[in-house]
Write a protein that binds this ligand. Sequence first.
Ligand code: NAD
Length: 501
Amino acid sequence: MKNVTHWIAGNPVEGSGRTSEIFNPATGEVSGQVHLASVAEVDTAVAAAVAAYPAWRDSSLVKRSQVLFRFRELMYANRDELARLISEEHGKVHSDALGEVARGLEVVEFACGIPHLLKGGFSEGVSTRVDSYSIRQPLGVVAGITPFNFPAMVPMWMYPIAIAAGNAFILKPSEKDPSASLLMASLWKQAGLPDGIFSVVQGDKVAVDRLLEHPDVRAVSFVGSTPIARYVYETGTAHGKRVQALGGAKNHMLVLPDADLDLVADAAVSAGFGSAGERCMAISVVLAVDPVGDELVDKIVSRVSALTIGPGDDPASQMGPLVTRVHRDKVVSYLDVGVAEGAKLVVDGRRTPVLGGTAAEDTPGFWLGPTVLDHVPAGSRVQQEEIFGPVLTIVRVSSYEEGVELINGGEFGNGTAVFTNDGGAARRFQNEVEVGMIGINVPIPVPMAFYSFGGWKSSLFGDTHVHGTEGVHFYTRGKVVTSRWLDPSHGGVNLGFPTNK
Ligand code: NAD
């Protein structure tokens, strides 16, 4: 049985009170326990971070960058082990877990360039013999609170840049799949990061609330569901912190009649069912513009029927189970909701065999196969609410305009995609759609590390997206210095407002 501890001041630290069970989603069995931090345990982690921060802040840019380079090599060397830990607690297949590590590593690679990223500007002679320059400095202790669906990648959106910029970082991972956080912590130590600069507090609302209230925590990055994102944003900012809080999603893919339907079907199935639909950038709604609906649904169904679901550690599996029983049951409940709303259940994932054996609903573990709901009415719950599982819904629309109206009418604005060969239509789409991340013939348009990731509307609270230049800005504060070397020409008393001379 695993015993997942905190990581404070460079060492694993047992909790002193509550714990939560960790499951193997493929079998439904308990595989271990994770400690849930008390207020005092969070305070200990923050105190260690406060103590470590000044020396790290003052270490040179090049030294910090060298630690990042070493961390990058260690993470790369340990990627299989990291992926194994993710897969056994989250349920996603090993290759998919390797993919999230690879995308997280891109942010580490970006942060290795911190000496360049923190370069300020210098203007010589803004007034006579007066110069101006800008610098950016770290904030101090910052925290990241992360969801279950990417236990490595989402923390890696945050901590490489926060740490490279000179901050001390405290991670509060999801209690559902917490083991990856400890492996990452031990690799930071091996890379030479001073103790206290990367800490992990395992936990739930108690830990989150303490981080949001603690006076020594300067900024909070959050990724998770919309109600908690809103709460974290409101509570953190009420306590004077800088907060970026990324929430849920409902991503639509608009298919115009000129698109190649085989490529569209490949993209819809890959983006809808990868990671069992538990991705904030998963495609969950296909908007098929007339007259392509019937042909497209046939192509999607034939691909879905060929998918193999099974445990994440079996190389034959293309899709694993859902993360918990509660989540699986919630996702399954949407099948009845959809049918009651008038949709047609064309593929029922409850009946999908697990590795060619028993049906998903009869197999121990948290199983649901890929499910397709067709003729979903516009405005229905299954079209609008985040299901976060392997359920692809298809809505027939009569025009481009009707499709865009449905996308823009929704609560979320995380990702979307248009499939077309018409460049003018694609350009119009990117201009008109009220969504933060847009794919043109790309179904999961996750920005690269050197751009910033974030949605609009209820998919993001705050105004700064994660990683890329916006990430550097989030974890630093700007200063502008105006300087002159004393010179007789500057003499004389003048009570007027300083103006350019
Ligand atoms: P969640 O909101 O349940 O949990 C996220 C974090 O908040 C976890 O660390 C959890 O311990 C903590 N938390 C949960 N309930 C809390 C409470 N009442 N008070 C304080 N903290 C609490 O999300 P999840 O189920 O782990 O992740 C799935 C959600 O995350 C989906 O909605 C998905 O769309 C979203 N997500 C969004 C993005 C994005 O970039 N926008 C990326 C990944 C996941």
